[in-house]
Ligand binder design. Structure first.
Ligand SMILES: [Zn+2]
Ligand SMILES: [Zn+2]
Length: 129
């Protein structure tokens, strides 16, 4: 190998002067000066980042998933009731004993189920409708 002879770097595929190749401890192969200095690795990481980011917006997916889960859980926790038209009363059925009773949403009463005395979740018609 004399001066001016080019060799192809097996790491980055670029050609560089053959006598500038060095054995890289990590790649365990002869690499060009760019690869040896870590320049190509850095460029590749930046390229990867640029490619990956638009597909997965930072934190957006996870948060969205979380919110969706939370709202689904909320829906599950909503007590079973039907609004009685023209009044603040709702037809509530106790989730503990399934007893059906009238619940006054403006007074938020009764606070407990008349049948089993278990706590009735507060109903705010103006928030939940
Ligand atoms: Zn290289
Ligand atoms: Zn009950």
């Amino acid at each position: 190998m004399g001066p001016g002879i080019k060799a192809k770097c097996r790491q980055c595929g670029k050609e560089a002067a053959a006598d500038s190749f060095k054995l890289h401890y990590k790649y365990r192969m002869m690499v060009c000066p760019d690869c040896f200095s870590g320049k190509t690795e850095k460029q590749r990481e930046e390229k990867l980042k640029a490619e990956v980011q638009p597909v997965h917006p930072a934190g957006w997916d996870k948060e969205d998933e979380y919110l969706e889960k939370a709202s689904r859980m909320k829906v599950k926790e909503v007590p079973q009731y039907k609004r009685i038209p023209g009044s603040d009363l709702v037809q509530m059925s106790c989730k503990n004993c399934n007893y059906t009773f009238k619940y006054d949403s403006s007074k938020q009463s009764p606070r407990t189920c008349p049948y089993c005395d278990c706590e009735v979740p507060k109903v705010n018609l103006y928030n939940s409708f």
